[in-house]
Write a protein that binds this ligand. Structure first.
Ligand code: NAP
Length: 254
């Protein structure tokens, strides 16, 4: 789709499963070298092996500044630099207010939001050296647009990523570094698939396109933001949700 990406290098955090795995596979297919990052090295190695020659695994915890710095160093050592960062790693534990502890809240914010800041900070020296770069954040519709019982901490972290992105876009524009966010709706990952047919059918009923999204739906949006052709797009969001945020009422889908 985008010839300009051939031979470039992407770091994809949270790439051992779900959406990140989809992004890693799609990017490798488009000709990028991919550093497949997660905490569990065995899972990351499996994904790198299924992708093949132009992917390799790296284990780190993106909540740790040193871990993010080591990740950026590994990409530079193995592939000669960093062209794209997909800040995708995230968690979504559920807890209602009243049950949620301050530690629960902090853990979600650190894993989803602080990690975005840390991984972006880690790749900037390499991108600034080249005076070019693409950063793609995986946010969500949950938080920036919608709410969900049990996910107030998660929603805050996903909305926070967009606030971070908008100021970062202004700071990075002079370096020709763009930063944008994909906002997935409900995506059929291995984890969601495991919740069973009844759960999936109930979600499908709320989506105008009557299907959950695929990891490729998200990966294609991330690929666009990562392309040379998207070089004049920064600080923007792309909702990829099959129309899920559109209905005003339960009867609005007809
Ligand atoms: P997933 O299948 O649970 O995968 C999460 C990935 O993140 C795994 O590779 C995991 O590997 C890694 N990870 C978690 N904590 C980490 C840490 N501290 N350091 C490094 N890696 C870490 O999740 P997913 O559903 O694909 O979600 C990916 C992103 O999409 C998240 O940001 C999520 O908020 C967003 N999103 C998902 C959906 C959806 O429907 N699935 C919808 C909207 C937004 P390890 O555990 O081995 O580290």
């Amino acid at each position: 789709m985008f010839k300009s990406l051939k031979g470039k290098t992407a770091i994809v955090t949270g790439a051992s499963k779900g959406i990140g795995r989809g992004i890693a596979r799609r990017f490798a297919k488009a000709g990028l070298n991919v550093l497949v990052v997660s905490r569990t090295i065995g899972d990351a190695e499996k994904v790198a092996a299924e992708i093949g020659r132009n992917a390799s695994a790296f284990a780190t915890d993106v909540t740790e500044p040193d871990g993010c710095a080591a990740m950026a160093q590994a990409a530079a050592d193995r592939y000669g630099g960093i062209d794209v960062l997909c800040a995708n790693a995230g968690i979504f534990p559920s807890a209602k207010l009243g049950e949620m502890t301050a530690a629960d809240f902090d853990h979600v914010m650190r894993t989803n939001l602080t990690s975005t800041f840390l991984s972006v900070s880690a790749v900037l020296p390499s991108m600034k050296d080249k005076r070019s770069g693409r950063i793609v954040i995986t946010s969500s519709i949950t938080g920036p647009i919608t709410g969900n019982v049990g996910w107030s901490h998660y929603g805050a972290s996903k909305a926070g990523q967009l606030g971070f992105m908008r100021s970062a876009a202004l700071e990075l524009a002079p370096w020709n570094i763009t930063i944008n966010a994909v906002m997935p709706g409900n995506i059929l990952t291995e984890g969601v698939d495991g919740l069973g047919d009844d759960y999936i059918t109930s979600i499908e009923a709320t989506i105008p396109m009557k299907r959950l999204g695929s990891v490729d739906d998200i990966a294609n949006a991330a690929l666009f933001f990562s392309s040379e052709e998207a070089g004049y797009v920064t600080g923007q969001t792309l909702v990829v949700d099959g129309g899920q945020v559109l209905p005003e009422t339960l009867s609005a889908m007809g």
